[in-house]
Design a binder for this molecule. Structure first.
Ligand SMILES: *[C@@H]1O[C@H](CO)[C@@H](O)[C@H](O)[C@H]1NC(C)=O
Ligand SMILES: *[C@@H]1O[C@H](CO)[C@@H](O)[C@H](O)[C@H]1NC(C)=O
Ligand SMILES: *[C@@H]1O[C@H](CO)[C@@H](O)[C@H](O)[C@H]1NC(C)=O
Ligand SMILES: *[C@@H]1O[C@H](CO)[C@@H](O)[C@H](O)[C@H]1NC(C)=O
Ligand SMILES: *[C@@H]1O[C@H](CO)[C@@H](O)[C@H](O)[C@H]1NC(C)=O
Length: 798
């Protein structure tokens, strides 16, 4: 057994394998000097260094001591030398040996290690210059060449740029000697701060010199995900897709609170603290295309970035958030805030993520983490659909859930493991660093007895930091976060973080008392808590209005019909009326012609239609545009793009029934001679019976414009046409629009107006006389159809 363990340890250090294998008692005899390596932990007396880093570097030293490298270790800090030296040595004495070292050997190696270490005060540029000088001179005195310098920045992120600059200015080694600088999260707070920090660091360090740590990637089970997928590709290839996977869950549960870390935590919250980094990295490992060479960091990165660019945009409703009850009191205490201070920082979040590539389309990936939960546990679970219907024997193995669990650690199992349901397949095990666990006990893992799984575990358990430190030493970059990877992740998370900034969090008591309070479910693409809330905390200016009543009011506005309600209820009502119009049109003529506006007001309507109206007759619906900006349809400010992203993408409208406005013809935009307006008009005349749309959805602008019919745009000029090119006062100026004639021929016209900011306009419009050149909206008078105003209470009542 002892031999197997040692061999396993050697596998990660191929350089020295031969030398050491030939020796039975690995005494330090090697004269083949590979050079000197200096390790400098800036922040070497801090908590992280005490708890993990020195331990990790000691393991590196213990594994490399016979390899031909020599070492020196520096703990750097802001305190003066006489004060900090004893603190540093307390931490150094505290390290433990790798399991395979004998007691005597351990004592010897540890003694050597302590002799190689010293404390340096690192405050000023002069301190760094003095250090730089020593780093150069020390190997010379020892008569060895210098192999490399490894700086580990275990300091607050605001100090990175400054320390990196000092390193570049005075500790950069001569050519031929490597420089590696290790950074710990947080790497920014959102996309722009991460970009700024990356730009600052890039002035001092080259990308290949930077090692951004995500310690999750050092966890043995996490770093086994890709190799496991590869070793078992025979079994996994046919089922690793949306047809077979029900869902993926990536979960990190903590039992601790945030006490003592509040000044940091309150600015970050659970998504920035662990979901944006650790859980997202796991997501990419589970879903990325398998690289042909697992240790080729460029290929790994390329495949990861493909996943990032295919992640569906996160909306507010993709997440649920919570905060444990005593959190706010901790914030008041640690930040010296008054009793009126309320923090909205979430300490729990559940987020639904979807990947927009054919392999995974529509397959939910659930990322969840929280503090003060019932147990400490981290895992990723792939739950497969079960396509076998058991007629009689329900205890039959085929009737049980099929799942693969990457069990990162903690929880009931107490060891990291990969578990595969026995009704899936027996995993291949080609890697001698892993073994199958065969002893049985009565443990349950995620609801199934452990005897229902094949269980794989590492032969030797290693700390994530030891693992990563070894990789840095060997210059392997595939388990570190490159700048591109980092920015891609922030790019994905930042919009959600911003939209959650004032979102109410569900309060939870903590521990087992949480019961089922934090359970959440999928409703279409929406995540909602599964059980009714007891208490929500809300932001001051949200208090009151949102929750009172959901009554719908009907009345008259500008002598036309009006429906009014709180915005949510209004959207529900409007969506229902559009569906009713669609069903009636399809019943009568087999088709429904709907003309839609762009802009932000109808987004909630599109989402409602996309995610709740499963019986909508989309197959028989033709979609037209009310107006369009003269930009390519792929641009974000194209109205068609909005309709595409929020509606078309999610519903099955036949391709042939979609009619964007032809604003781009002959590779140019809205040129009169290209006759785009005329082409659209012909399409309408040919496809829409009597050119009469069944439903036209409009909005109204602050200046009274509707569609792209603006004040003083000489609306009389296109009295006879259905479609016209128009000019907007706002950029982009050129537009294409349905005319008043086309709109007024419709069977039903709905004007949707929402939000407090429209209140003044609604008041004013209620008083003005029809004047289409001043208030184009007043020209909407359907000749034989109906006009209905849909105005929410905010716009109506202010
Ligand atoms: C000793 O190590 C443990 C973890 O192994 C750590 O929690 C503790 O802070 C260390 N003590 C000192 C004095 O560094
Ligand atoms: C490091 O400093 C030198 C000047 O001392 C500068 O020319 C260089 O751009 C800096 N950055 C890098 C990445 O070398
Ligand atoms: C895989 O990539 C690593 C790192 O780039 C390289 O050292 C190794 O030779 C590659 N292996 C193969 C089989 O190409
Ligand atoms: C809170 O107040 C105490 C005493 O007034 C002070 O020592 C401490 O630094 C303050 N903490 C913060 C975060 O402002
Ligand atoms: C077309 O419209 C006319 C007049 O509105 C109507 O009488 C006729 O039934 C419609 N035809 C179809 C196929 O809907």
């Amino acid at each position: 057994m002892w031999k197997v363990v040692w061999a396993a340890l050697l596998l990660q250090v191929p350089v020295c394998a031969q030398t050491v294998q030939s020796e039975d008692n690995h005494e330090v005899k090697d004269t083949r000097k590979l050079g000197h390596v200096s390790v400098i932990i800036v922040g070497g007396t801090g908590d992280l260094a005490k708890k993990y880093l020195w331990q990790g570097f000691f393991h590196l030293y213990a594994n490399q001591v016979s390899s031909g490298y020599s070492f020196s270790f520096y703990g750097g800090g802001l305190s003066p030398k006489d004060k900090a030296t004893p603190v540093l040595f307390e931490a150094l004495k505290n390290v433990t040996c790798p399991l395979d070292l004998s007691v005597e050997r351990c004592a010897l190696v540890k003694e050597q290690f302590l002799k190689l270490a010293e404390y340096r005060q690192l405050v000023t540029l002069e301190d760094y210059q003095a250090l730089g000088k020593q780093l150069t001179e020390h190997p010379k005195q020892e008569g060895v060449t210098e192999a490399g310098r490894l700086f580990y920045l275990s300091v607050p992120a605001f100090a990175y740029a400054d320390v990196a600059e000092k390193i570049n200015a005075s500790c950069r080694p001569s050519d031929g000697t490597w420089l590696r600088v290790v950074l710990e999260k947080p790497f920014g707070h959102d996309f722009s701060s991460a970009q700024l920090l990356s730009a600052q660091l890039a002035t001092s360090l080259k990308d290949e010199e930077m090692f951004r740590i995500d310690h999750y990637l050092g966890k043995q089970v996490v770093s086994k995900i890709l190799p496991f997928r590869k070793e078992n590709s025979k079994h996994l290839d046919p089922v690793w897709n949306k047809h077979h996977i029900e869902r993926v869950e990536i979960v990190l549960k903590e039992t601790l609170n945030a006490k003592g870390r509040i000044p940091f935590y309150d600015q970050y919250g659970v998504i920035r603290d662990v979901i944006q980094n650790h859980l997202t990295e796991v997501l990419t490992l589970l879903t990325m295309e398998l690289p042909t060479n697992l240790s080729d960091s460029k290929e790994v990165l390329k495949n990861k970035l493909k996943i990032f660019s295919a992640l569906e945009h996160l909306e507010r409703h993709c997440a649920v958030v919570g905060q444990y009850e005593s959190y706010n009191k901790e914030v008041q205490e640690e930040l010296n805030k008054t009793k009126e201070h309320y923090s909205l920082t979430p300490t729990f979040a559940g987020v639904m993520v979807y990947i927009d590539i054919a392999q995974y389309e529509g397959m939910p990936i659930i990322l969840t983490s929280g503090k003060m939960l019932d147990e400490r546990l981290g895992y990723a679970r792939i739950l497969f659909k079960n396509d076998i219907f058991c007629v009689q024997s329900h205890n039959n193995v085929h009737c049980k859930p099929k799942q693969i669990i990457f069990y990162f650690g903690h929880g009931a199992l107490q060891y990291p493991a990969i578990l595969v349901s026995k009704n899936l397949f027996k995993p291949d095990l080609k890697d001698t660093e892993w073994k199958e666990v065969t002893e049985q006990n009565d443990l349950h893992v995620l609801g199934m007895p452990i005897s229902d799984y094949y269980v794989l575990t590492p032969t030797v358990q290693r700390e994530a930091y030891s693992e990563l430190i070894s990789q840095i030493f060997h210059g392997r970059k595939d388990s570190f976060i490159s700048t591109e990877n980092l920015l891609a992740s922030w790019d994905f998370w930042t919009p959600l973080l911003h939209s959650l900034a004032n979102a109410p969090s569900r309060l939870y008591p903590g521990g087992v008392d949480n019961g089922n309070m934090l359970d959440f479910k999928l409703l279409g693409r929406e995540a909602t808590f599964a059980n009714d809330a007891l208490v929500f905390i809300t932001h001051d200016d949200m208090g009151g209005s949102g929750v009172e009543s959901f009554q719908v009011m009907q009345g008259k506005y500008r002598s036309a019909e009006m429906v009014s309600a709180w915005s949510e209820e209004l959207i529900v009502r409007l969506a229902a009326e559009i569906q009713a119009a669609a069903e009636s049109a399809v019943r009568e003529g087999g088709r429904f012609h709907l003309a839609l506006s762009g802009g932000s007001t109808p987004l909630a309507l599109f989402q409602r239609l996309a995610h709740y109206h499963y019986t909508f007759p989309w197959r028989d619906t033709h979609l037209w545009m009310v107006d369009e900006r003269c930009v390519p349809l792929t641009e974000m400010d194209s109205n068609f793009r909005t309709v595409h992203d929020h509606l078309l993408q999610h519903v099955k409208v036949p391709y042939f029934n979609i009619h964007p406005m032809p604003v781009q013809i002959n590779q140019r935009l809205c040129v009169e001679e290209d006759n785009g307006a005329l082409l659209y008009e012909r399409d309408i005349s040919q496809l829409v019976n009597t050119s009469s749309f069944h439903f036209v959805l409009l909005g109204v602008g602050y200046d009274g414009h509707t569609a792209s019919l603006f004040p003083s745009s000489k609306l009389d000029a296109h009295r006879e046409s259905l479609v016209a090119l128009t000019e907007s006062p706002a950029k982009p100026h050129q537009r294409m629009s349905l005319t008043l004639k086309a709109i007024n021929q419709a069977q039903k016209v709905g004007v949707l107006v929402m939000g407090k900011s429209k209140h003044e306009l609604i008041t004013q419009l209620s008083r003005v006389k029809d004047n289409i050149n001043k208030w184009p909206i007043t020209g909407i008078r359907p000749t034989s159809g109906r006009l209905v105003w849909y105005i929410d209470y905010d716009a109506l009542l202010g």
